[in-house]
Design a protein around this ligand. Structure first.
Ligand SMILES: [Fe+2]
Length: 264
């Protein structure tokens, strides 16, 4: 998670509605227009099924209230606007209560193709389709429940499991590998990279391996983990993840396969 942002949160009015400007709605419209053909080609069926269930507006930024109405019926989740960046304990607490925290601002035109921090396009377009799947929804809640009972020193370990599944997970689909994670679905460049790039590692989904794998948030991932099916996430949600973290800590982190970030 980035430490700072130049964006400020947009706050809902008394009706829970956020007033987006015409130019902000146009950014959403153009992001969807650019990304949907990529999603149709590279994203996995559970993601595309979720899109169909939600039927998000294409020409304006959706309101958290309208997305919540649909999600509540399907899996009992809601989406709540939050400031651009929130702390881990609040983040885990909201997931445990089946509330997805959504940064409410939308990126500027200058950041159209890449933005490090999550914006409403990433949160709604990227995340909410998967939250229509009860298996994915349960796994997300389990991450939150585990986070609430972890030591703070364990947060960075737990968040790797979130990162390599919910954000950047891949999944087998017949003979193909498709993109499942929300960070991929909302990223024009990395969606294709994750599926087609030859020079990346695609490892089988394994909770302990994932917990031991470091990552950088500001580059295309050099390693992805591939699910056989979404049921594996439901199985993972039954595990004692705190015990898994202790085991991973005892085994130690894998050496990074990416270059260290240069501080200018
Ligand atoms: Fe995200």
């Amino acid at each position: 998670m980035p430490k700072q942002t130049s964006y400020t949160a947009k706050h809902p009015d008394a009706d829970g509605q956020i007033r987006y400007t015409a130019s902000e709605n146009a950014v959403w419209r153009d992001l969807v227009a650019q990304q949907q053909p990529n999603v149709d080609r590279y994203a996995a069926k559970p993601f595309r099924d979720g899109q169909r269930r939600l039927d998000l507006p294409q020409d304006r930024v959706p309101q958290c209230t309208e997305v919540s109405e649909r999600l509540l019926d399907l899996t009992g989740w809601t989406v709540a606007p939050v400031p651009a960046l929130i702390g881990f304990s609040k983040f885990f607490g909201m997931l445990a209560e089946r509330t997805f925290p959504a940064a409410s601002f939308i990126r500027s035109r200058e950041d159209f193709d890449y933005i490090e921090e999550p914006d409403i396009f990433h949160e709604i377009y990227g995340h909410t389709p998967l939250l229509t799947d009860p298996r994915f929804a349960r796994f997300s809640q389990k991450i939150g429940e585990t986070g609430l009972t972890c030591d703070k020193a364990d947060y960075a370990w737990l968040i790797r499991l979130y990162w390599f599944t919910i954000e950047f997970g891949l999944i087998k689909e017949g003979p193909e590998i498709k993109a499942l994670g929300s960070g991929l679905a909302s990223s024009p460049g990395e969606l294709r990279h994750s599926v087609e790039e030859v020079a990346v590692e695609r490892k089988p989904f394994d909770v302990i391996d994932i917990l031991r794998t470091p990552y950088r948030i500001d580059i295309n991932q050099p390693i992805y983990f591939v699910l056989d099916n979404v049921d594996q996430l439901l199985e993972a949600a039954k595990r004692d993840l705190r015990a898994d973290i202790k085991r991973a800590q005892a085994l130690g982190l894998f050496a990074p396969t990416y270059p260290e970030k240069k501080i200018a």
